[in-house]
Ligand binder design. Structure first.
Ligand code: NAP
Length: 315
């Protein structure tokens, strides 16, 4: 791995388009590891650009995307996936030959499809997706450790230079992630079941509870520790981001939802026919999956999701 330092950063100039949770976390991580000589930021609103400067996320901000990416060796799109094509239209004239262009979008095939028609010759496209996040948004929500011990998936098209993929792999490794290279279509199928469908289920269950007329809203809140509140954390995720995820990963999400609905019907049947063995067997298998996630270091082994208890606890 190339050693980086403020004197010999991995990239001379990095431009970030989008300075929300992921963009600001990358900024903080780059600063902590000395990965960029200079960081220029751009976001849609003047307010976000002002905050980014005030809190020292970036060295400077630009008034347009095209200006931000000028002379950048690495350009990272950190915007909702649905506007990738529009943003590319705005920045393409400013991209310099030899630059690496990447993104952090939660969907990969449609992002590649939106970028390729705008990609100037000589710019190396290496799309990416850090599998790390929180339900927070905006420039103040980021933190350098967000990517530590998490996976980052890269989905370079076959035509992309291997050296560009290797350099971006090094970038994410230095931000603390483990990197895997994958086909974009496969990425979308895997993420549909590990992330997208779980979010849809959370949005749905919280929506259903909010609509219940026989149970009052105050009871839903009062007794939420029974499991409901863990869904509310996921269902508090950014509406724009998640609308775009579902509209841009339709095929895989609908495929996984089909399977989910079949399995749910089987569970419904097991309950109706008092098939305790079927329920017990499934719940035993799912417990093992949780164990596997903890063993893989992707979750802490603390009861009740690590919430504080006892005298200082919140319960
Ligand atoms: P976020 O906190 O809502 O930030 C989005 C940023 O994009 C904001 O700075 C926003 O600017 C900017 N933006 C929106 N429209 C723009 C436009 N037309 N031109 C320029 N900038 C624009 O979102 P996020 O959570 O960082 O998500 C960003 C990307 O990361 C998404 O593609 C998402 O799929 C992916 N991702 C998210 C997570 C997660 O858990 N949140 C995890 C992995 C990957 P303003 O502030 O001015 O509106």
């Amino acid at each position: 791995m190339t050693k980086t330092s403020p004197d010999s950063p991995l990239f001379e100039k990095v431009a970030l388009v989008g300075l929300g949770l992921i963009g600001s976390s990358i900024c903080r991580g780059m600063r902590a590891e000395g990965l960029a000589g200079k960081v220029t930021g751009y976001a849609r609103s003047e307010e976000t650009r002002k905050v980014a400067l005030e809190i020292g996320l970036v060295d400077d901000v630009a008034a347009t995307g095209a200006e931000a990416v000028k002379d950048a060796d690495l350009v990272i799109l950190c915007v909702p996936v649905g506007i990738t094509g529009e943003v590319m239209g705005q920045i393409k004239a400013g991209l310099k030959p030899g630059a690496i262009l990447t993104d952090v979008g939660s969907v990969k095939q449609s992002v590649v499809d939106m970028i390729l028609p705008h990609l100037p010759q000589g710019v190396h496209l290496v799309p990416g997706h850090p599998i790390a996040g929180t339900e927070e948004s905006g420039p103040r929500s980021g933190f350098a450790e967000l990517f530590h011990g998490r996976w980052c998936i890269l989905t370079p098209p076959a035509t992309t230079d291997d050296a560009a993929t290797a350099k971006l792999t090094e970038f994410w490794t230095q931000l603390g992630s483990d990197v895997e290279v994958m086909d974009p279509e496969h990425h979308d199928l895997v993420l549909a079941i590990t992330s997208h469908v779980p979010h849809l289920i959370a949005y749905n269950i919280v929506g259903t509870a909010a609509d219940l007329e026989t149970v009052t809203r105050s009871e839903v809140v009062k007794y939420s520790a029974g499991g409901f509140r863990d869904f509310t954390r996921i269902a508090a995720s950014d509406p724009t981001m998640w609308r775009d995820v579902f509209l841009n990963n339709k095929t895989a999400v609908l495929e996984m939802l089909g399977r989910f609905s079949e399995d749910l019907t089987a569970l419904q049947r097991a309950i109706r026919w008092d098939d305790g063995d079927a329920l017990f067997d499934l719940f035993t298998r799912t417990r093992e999956i949780r164990r596997g996630i903890i063993d893989a270091g992707q979750e802490i082994d603390a009861p009740d999701f690590g919430r504080p208890h006892g005298e200082e606890g919140e319960d």
